[in-house]
Write a protein that binds this ligand. Sequence first.
Ligand code: ATP
Ligand code: MG
Length: 752
Amino acid sequence: MKSSLLADLNQEQQNAVSTDSQYTLVLAGAGSGKTRVLVHRIAWLCLEKHYPAGSIFAVTFTNKAAAEMQERIQALIGEGHFNGMWVGTFHGLAHRLLRIFAKQAGLPTNFQLIDNDDQNRLIKRIFKERKIDEKQWSSKECVGFISTQKEHGLRAKDIAIDDPKTAMWQKIYIDYQAICDRVGYVDFSEIILRTYELLKNNQEALTYCHQRFSNILVDEFQDTNYIQYQLVKILSGHTANVMIVGDDDQSIYSWRGANADNLQLFINDYADTEIIRLEQNYRSTGSILQLANALIANNTNRLGKNLWTQSDLGEETAVYVGFNDIDEGRFVIGQIKKLHDDKVKYRDCAILYRNNAQSRLLEDTLLQTGIAYQIYGSIRFYERQEVKLALAYLRLLHDHNNDNALELVINTPTRGIGEVTLNKIRQLARTQNQSMWQTIIQAISMKAITPRQSSGLARFIELIQSIYQDVAALPFYQQLDRIIKVSGIYEMYEQEAGIKGQSRLENLDELVSAAEQFYQQHDKQTSKSLNDDELVDVQNASTLNVLELFLSYTSLEGKENKKNTDSVQLMTLHSAKGLEFDHVFIVGLEEGLFPAQRSIADPQKMEEERRLAYVGITRARKHLTLSLSELRRLYGKEERNLPSRFLAELPQALLQDLSYRRSANFSKSPSGDALNGNEQNKQFIDERKASFIKSESNNQGYTLGRKVVHKRFGEGTIINLDGEGEHRRVQIAFVNEGIKWLVIKLANLTLL
Ligand code: ATP
Ligand code: MG
């Protein structure tokens, strides 16, 4: 009898799931079931081939994808069988290995993960020490340089120097790494490189991995970078079974060192790789798939795939050209509201955008409309200012010598400790080779600083010490709660006006409950794992402090909160990879935004933008909406953008224009003469401004973009004005009622 694990799979998928080949590549387009194959393969290995769960090492690309994969595996094999399986991102899994083998990797057991901001701060400190002019040299660029080197597996000594800049960056890389190694800081790229080096140089760690992980599986392989691929290779040795799945058309991370050529390299490195292609798409309607296929056909550099579906054409894809970005956002959210009225769940609707900065306006509109939403991937929960601040207090409480934490909290909220004082302390700390905390105490007692400087610092030291005495006996989540209240940060955010301050306070509350949850879970896990065969893990679990684990967890994992509330999903196109939603809205389809300005002149970057659009379109299951706006205010500047060339590349017959002006002609390529850059732009904006001024003088307050409320139609935005005096009319895009012209005198509108 056929295993039930194969029941809902087509022939090729079945072949992949049940293959006996040691090396397998599943190469297939979007929505063809690659991830599904991976999940079923894992279940197959456990249930049919009787591998222990602990033998599985499965890598996905985002935390959200990993959580989903874990859920799907558990559903197939039952929770009881799942214990000991490693499913996560490259960073998450490598971090886990480093925690187990910290000593062998040359790290202190309580090593600490640092993020981009921390890195930048460190580099700036080195600039100062080396007297490097910050105006001439960019610390951010240097952070980028170091990350790129690490992604290519290069230490400072391995770098080939061919110009003065590289020579400078190399020196800083040396200093930077020396500090990190001395203090026990590990940055994101270091996690992978360190793990790779650990396995290369330490037999104990390598043997552990080889004995344990006999099945390595990697999703989204087209987006692995050099060092990640090396890690896969060394981890699998000669005996493990390796299955990788990927799609060259969805390679969208080359700007971060990813290399779709790794697919080809894999085939070369493992000559007996079985290649399986999947061609049936199960995700999207026929018309969505046709759009995606037509778009990606404009790329030249492809391995080439055929993707078809049995599904009907389904609904047409809607296109909306907003008057401005506010109008565009209101349209999108209005549509979502309509869907919700028709019993569609908010969580089945996703809004995708090119840049993180685009989310704010959408967030504002959602907040005003009272619709719950959730943002993925962008400013991750634990990277938010208020969350980092509270965690830094917690860190400092337990490790007074942690300079990074001290720097973050010492004058937030303000305590009158100025930059001059801090510089003095930094300098003393450096010369005496001790932490800032120790230096402050010494400086106060030896009167090395002025009485005024001293009093601010003394108050700070007392504050931390008294909080410590107060909370030391409590579990750490309660400590966190107290710190937030006593340190003054709660008050500080209370005083911050509006939605921002409110959401910061909510985040702080959320942080305490996240800490509590972590505490409870970890307690359970430690006792459970005593029955487990994970010997090394157990040893470490008992010696590792729960707090330490929590702190490193918070610097690594994105917090995907409000999991159970029904909320609209907001994310960048990049973080939507691998996911699917019934209703997808891609916003901001404008030249200069998507495709991004910096990609327009470079054919290779342009192809990557197109792949990103392909990823976006193929997230949709039932319905897709594409939108853009004529006027957009971004980074404080008003711009008029032309429709994205990607719109012109789509079969126009499959598009339905819902715009209020119906003037858009997407089939015109933006590279033609329609694009006469600045002149037209200026003229257009001037015209709008003129009508704006006119309207101001005629009818006070009725201006373009202004929000209004109508008794029956509800809330809307003014998108056009016309006529004079009593006949003056406004065109309004209502959130729920579509677009209407109304005579101001009769409409009885309330201006917001
Ligand atoms: P992407 O490239 O976007 O990551 P993918 O190739 O990983 O896509 P999946 O997410 O695995 O595709 O599958 C897409 C959708 O199709 C999922 O909802 C999945 O459950 C469904 N699906 C895949 N194969 C089948 C099948 N044989 N029968 C029914 N549904 C299927
Ligand atoms: Mg997938």
